[in-house]
Design a protein. Structure first.
Length: 368
């Protein structure tokens, strides 16, 4: 349920966030730029876009620290000037969700937003090395630091990634960065779904360091990055391993679309995480239903657009993914955005929320 964003609170400093949370008399509905959240809690809006600015950037140390409200595009431009990047390539969901606004670093962390390179480099949480946040009592909490070795004890850094604002208001984040590689080559081949997914899994299981593995209307696609000589060797080795006819291309246009589920058309939009070997079966459950699908992470992530079902396809999709993954409704009505958690997971989630937000005021109710 969308929270009430009439006259939202707009703090400009971490201290203001802490005071607003401490003095809150009811629930708070948190958001950054409002470009990627799939559910918002009830209550008064609290927007973190004012917590903006890069406070530390050390290209030599591959480290960046910035406020949670810092625009993602601003960070990407600064990094690009030094031929560096966020390795997990966070997707831009504005087009598929029909949103305006500016994507922020805090929103990226809160949703653990991660693109195709996750299969090689890891998710957003794997590159997050420090975080500051305000818990539900208005206390400022700091965890991690500027280097990986500073993350000790209970790993609150990883805990905050993907918490969707239910454990605290993120105010500052620190990331380790990656140098942009010298060369990147994409490979594509036109094969049926089952054969295509099998090729992707085989490539990912090889020693040739694939950084993208997707399937869609473009066929099966792989990406290889690194030093040019290394890329050329690995591309040749993959072709020999996989057989068939592969077309090479440069540029990132294909992967920009893959990481945002672009081109899927109208209807309810789902983001399904599952075992790669189960991907074909999940989509097969929609036989006879108008749908489109793009597969990322070798089948471990599926973007599915479904039309014509009152429950947005929740019964079929969540039934097919039961025991092998989970499905989130990103766009559409007729079903909850997040599926009910398993009993053990739900109990752990309640315990964490009780610890960090004992008053139950932060994005209340969005995750069960």
């Amino acid at each position: 349920m969308m929270g009430a964003f009439d006259a939202p609170l707009r703090p400009q400093t971490e201290a203001e966030v802490a005071e607003m949370v401490r003095s809150a008399t009811g629930p708070l509905s948190l958001r950054g730029g409002g470009t990627r959240g799939v559910a918002y809690g009830v209550g008064q809006g609290l927007e973190t876009a004012g917590l903006s600015g890069i406070t530390l950037y050390e290209p030599g140390a591959l480290t960046l620290v910035a406020g949670a409200g810092t625009p993602l595009a601003e960070v990407q431009a600064v990094l690009a000037a030094q031929r560096q990047r966020l390795a997990f390539e966070p997707p831009d969901l504005r087009a598929v969700l029909g949103r305006q606004g500016v994507s922020t670093l805090g929103g990226v962390v809160a949703t653990n937003a991660s693109g195709p390179r996750r299969v090689q480099a890891g998710a957003a949480r794997d590159h997050l090395i420090g975080v500051r946040f305000v818990d539900g009592m208005g206390t400022v909490v700091k965890s991690g630091g500027r280097v990986m070795k500073n993350v000790t004890g209970l790993d609150l850094v990883k805990l905050m990634a993907g918490s969707h604002g239910t454990l605290g208001v993120i105010t500052q984040v620190a990331f380790k960065l990656q140098a942009v590689p010298e060369c990147a080559v994409s490979l594509q081949t036109d094969v049926p779904l089952g054969a295509g997914l099998a090729l992707l899994r085989r490539a990912l299981g090889s020693p040739f360091e694939v950084s993208g593995a997707a399937y869609g209307t473009f066929g099966a696609a792989l990406r290889v990055e690194g030093m040019e000589a290394s890329v050329r060797y690995r591309v040749a080795a993959l072709k020999a391993l996989l057989g068939g006819d592969w077309v090479e291309s440069a540029g990132d246009a294909l992967w920009l679309g893959v990481r945002g589920g672009h081109g899927l058309g109208e209807g309810a939009l789902w983001r399904v995480s599952c075992k790669p070997t189960a991907a074909e079966g999940v989509v097969a459950a929609l036989a006879g239903v108008t749908h489109q699908a793009v597969f990322d992470w070798g089948g471990g992530l599926i973007w599915i657009a479904v039309q014509g079902l009152a429950d947005a396809g929740a019964g079929l999709i969540r039934g097919a993914v039961a025991g092998v993954g989970h499905a989130t409704l990103l766009r559409g009505t007729g079903a909850a955005a997040f599926a009910p958690e398993a009993a053990g997971v739900a109990a752990l989630s309640r315990a964490l929320r009780a610890k960090f937000d004992p008053k139950g005021i932060l994005n209340a109710g969005i995750m069960g």
